[in-house]
Design a protein around this ligand. Structure first.
Ligand code: ATP
Length: 364
């Protein structure tokens, strides 16, 4: 029997509601899968920890995470703490510290979801966006001098390395090759950014030679926004820089039905370190503590975790339960126009997982 060691990092805001919901889904799966069990450890890091200790997570936090098989993360952000402190002190510290260089965000219109694209006659989309997760525009290089003076200077430097670009492009081509359409769109801005983005394009051409079975094209990031809205079926796998994919993946989530639904995997593909799974949304303080948070994005992130751990059957069962839940309008939270609570959706998805186990034919 395999016992997976799972770190739970709820973080801030509704992260504290959706991560426990994700844990309940894993527990429901474990009740019905005797050879796949989970040992949880919760790490109470985030803005409250910062208020008490002056840091978002302790110095030895990364070492504690390295001992785990996977991490389920909620969100980092608090109205009383500057965003760059919450983001750099926790989420980016983990992603960079554990070399989770591939951020992967699938986007599909789940059954029963009234997605904006559906209103334009698009019945489905099936995208997966790959975001470079450790360098580029969010490398952290830069600085400020003469703060507060008229000659104050501030600079954020986008840093791209050949090694960093090659590995993310290769990851994206490999992922595209594994999907039925074998198609990749490389997002760029090499017309205006004439150094790093030109290297990005050149490396895409080089890596493409290793994958002759993948049909690929290049799209400027500004044109990409219009293409996602006007020609969504022309896209399948997408790779973009840290900043570009940050923005495009929120657009993808909104087009597919809302921020509450989308999942994210922060992968260390070589598995030297554990990978981290989290919903696409942030801390959403406006709805915190009211039972209004949609847990579906976290549940789908749990599916990505199970797939990464090699538990394909459990992942399929969880995804099927999620889709059965979204297909039922009575299980829609207020962000989807319904009145179900976080707890009700969680109960229902866990029950569906259990029911599928009792009647395996129901999942066929
Ligand atoms: P952060 O600063 O941490 O990124 P935020 O509140 O600025 O957080 P998000 O949390 O990403 O941004 O979401 C923006 C809004 O979308 C929220 O204020 C909330 O109203 C809604 N929202 C996001 N996630 C969910 C969810 N899981 N369920 C319901 N509504 C959500």
């Amino acid at each position: 029997m395999k016992v997976y060691r799972i770190a739970l990092v709820p973080g801030d805001g509704i992260g504290k509601e959706v991560v426990p919901a994700g844990r309940r889904l894993l527990e429901a799966l474990a009740r019905t899968e005797s050879d796949c069990q989970f040992a949880f450890e919760e790490f109470p890091w985030g803005a409250d920890f910062y208020r008490n200790h002056g840091v978002m997570m302790p110095d030895d936090g990364l070492e504690a995470l390295k001992a785990k098989d996977a991490i389920l993360f909620g969100s980092a952000g608090d109205p009383a703490v500057p965003d760059h402190i919450t983001l750099w002190g926790l989420r980016l510290k983990i992603c960079q510290g554990l070399d989770q260089y591939a951020n992967v965000r699938p986007a599909r219109i789940l059954p029963g979801i009234d997605a904006p694209l559906k209103r334009c006659g698009v019945e489905d989309l099936n995208w997966v966006m790959v975001r470079e997760n450790t360098e580029g525009e969010y490398s952290g290089a830069g600085g400020r001098v003469h703060p507060g003076f008229p000659l104050e200077v501030a600079a954020d430097m986008s840093v791209m390395t050949r090694a960093g670009v090659e590995r993310i492009q290769r990851f994206a081509f490999r992922l595209a090759a594994s999907r039925p359409r074998r198609q990749l769109t490389v997002v760029t801005k090499s017309n205006a950014q004439r150094h790093a983005m030109v290297m990005w394009d050149e490396i895409a051409c080089e890596v493409a030679r290793e994958f002759p079975e993948v049909a690929w094209d290049k799209e400027m990031v500004d044109a990409m926004t219009a293409r996602m809205v006007n020609r969504p079926a022309s896209l399948d796998t997408i790779v973009a820089t840290n900043l570009h994919a940050d923005i495009l993946s929120d657009l993808a989530a909104a087009l597919a039905g809302g921020l509450g639904l989308g999942p994210t995997a922060n992968l260390n593909p070589e598995r030297v370190y554990p990978s981290m799974f989290e919903p696409i949304h942030g801390s959403a303080f406006d709805i915190m503590g009211k039972g209004l948070a949609n847990p579906i994005g976290t549940f789908w992130s749990v599916v990505l975790m199970l797939e990464h751990l090699g538990e394909a059957e459990a992942a399929r069962r969880a995804m099927r339960a999620i889709e059965q839940a979204t297909a039922n309008p009575k299980l829609h939270t207020p962000d989807l126009g319904g009145s179900a609570t976080t707890g009700e959706v969680t109960e229902a998805v866990c029950a569906l997982v259990g029911a599928a186990a009792k009647n395996p034919l129901a999942t066929a």
